[in-house]
Design a protein around this ligand. Sequence first.
Ligand SMILES: NC(=O)c1ccc[n+]([C@@H]2O[C@H](COP(=O)([O-])OP(=O)(O)OC[C@H]3O[C@@H](n4cnc5c(N)ncnc54)[C@H](O)[C@@H]3O)[C@@H](O)[C@H]2O)c1
Length: 338
Amino acid sequence: MSATIQTISLQGRAVCVTGAGGFIGSHLCEQLVQAGAKVRALVHYNGRGDRGMLELIPAEITKEIEVIAGDIRDPHHMLRLCQGQDTLFHLAALIAIPWSYEAPQNYVMTNVVGTQNLLESVRICGVRRMVHTSTSEVYGTARYVPIDEAHPLQGQSPYSASKIGADKLAESYFLSFQTPVVTLRPFNTYGPRQSARAVIPTIASQLLSNQPELRLGSLDPVRDLLFVRDTVRAFVLAGTVEGIAGETVHVGTGVGVTIGELAARMMALSGREVPIVSEDQRVRPAGSEVMRLLCNPARAKQILGFEAQVSLDEGLREVLASVAGRLDQYRRATEYQR
Ligand SMILES: NC(=O)c1ccc[n+]([C@@H]2O[C@H](COP(=O)([O-])OP(=O)(O)OC[C@H]3O[C@@H](n4cnc5c(N)ncnc54)[C@H](O)[C@@H]3O)[C@@H](O)[C@H]2O)c1
């Protein structure tokens, strides 16, 4: 790391994670406990007491976490959640692009209003640093690649539009009230515990189920794929590097892969070569598919000292092993999606 980048230690600090029951949030909670932080984890309330992906992390880590069930749409609860916290990592969101075509208002209520509730709570409670989670989907199809932080924003789906709204609220809280928020903009993250709906678990579960063909949507989109442990390392840096409030920063690799190339790589790694069938119902509406997402990682290196460390093959092998261990759950989820 560059000599000019100063970080604080999280040892003994009170840190709160929203979206803790999700894919990235559960990995973040694990890394925060390992860094010695006192972790408060907000999971989305449900009547079953289900803690989402936190159920899958080792018990010796879970016992260190204070789990709270709630809903980011409730401003009063969010205010109580943030009391006494040093750092807030805000990851809770509705993220499925297809469902955002069906129920766009839910995306506004959760992603925009929910984020505003947290910004206001951070401001009132005097939280030292908030890391707000954006997404590369805010750019729509790239006008130039690699995409840097100055690239224009385009709401290519209601999901993307709701995240743009949330990002702009974060910007406004920094500019209007000096709320110490850093916006982290991950490109595509993959790894164990990712929802079955995402493309990499979909490919893995079909290959491991010995299906005679691989059914996918469009094979042409280009994605920049970052392994989840790398993504989470970037979150920790965004929460601990000093002097970066108000910044928006990408996290990605700078390497683009088409979905077709990804499928071929996973077939090679799993030893299962089958024909690929592109199915219409898996293709996004015309004008909404984002064709090229490729990160310019220079700013993350400059201000966070961040560079991806896990290679695509290494990451994909871990996903294949993890999906193999939970194949029934992945298969059921894939059936339900069809
Ligand atoms: N996975 C990726 O590739 C990727 C890429 C870029 C950005 N992101 C962003 O990272 C964050 C985490 O994504 P993820 O992939 O872990 O998704 P995820 O769906 O696994 O996690 C999101 C979590 O938010 C929770 N949530 C939803 N609505 C809520 C509400 N009203 N109140 C409280 N909790 C609520 C969900 O229950 C879920 O556990 C999101 O903000 C997403 O936009 C993800």
